[in-house]
Ligand binder design. Sequence first.
Ligand code: GRF
Length: 192
Amino acid sequence: MRRVKTAVLISGNGSNLQAILDAAKAPDYPAEIALVISNVETAYGLTRAQNAGVTTVTIPHGNYASRESFDRMVDASLKSHGIELVVMAGFMRILSDWFVNEWQGKLINIHPSLLPKYKGLHTHARAIEAGDAEHGATVHWVTPELDSGEIIAQASTPIAADDTPETLKQKIHALEHTLYPEAVKKVARHMQ
Ligand code: GRF
């Protein structure tokens, strides 16, 4: 079975990366996690990748004069590893229009809200403040407009009366760990 060569972009803990690495151990999983790129040298996700035997590359954004020169470095690294699908998992950089156009149709992200609600930051606090009955996570195609690309998959959970932004964040994270590996599977299947 051909597996789609996939890269994961991270900036931090990488618990979603871990969920995808674990899922990708299944012999019929359609994506091979071939590369992990971080813009933060101390990101724990790099250790997770190394433990799984995956090649890692660190590209510290502070070393680049412009957003696009950083993005060109990421692009060059992806291309030199023959990457076909790029998965953003807690990657805390906004990518330039140039990069997004270059990878359009091959670039996905997970966002902690039920898009189109709550694009941007502080989604958990915003959902609680609005008195919403539920909150969730969305996997979507990345387009130049932030958190606005076509939706691939969503999962939701009720908001409890005593939820705080922190408890809700933990619940959403747990949802993401099932949602994201399934969404990557679905996308990779179509690319096989
Ligand atoms: C996730 O909540 C994701 O929705 C957001 O960043 C967080 C990453 O967490 N984009 P982790 O690094 O995968 O643990």
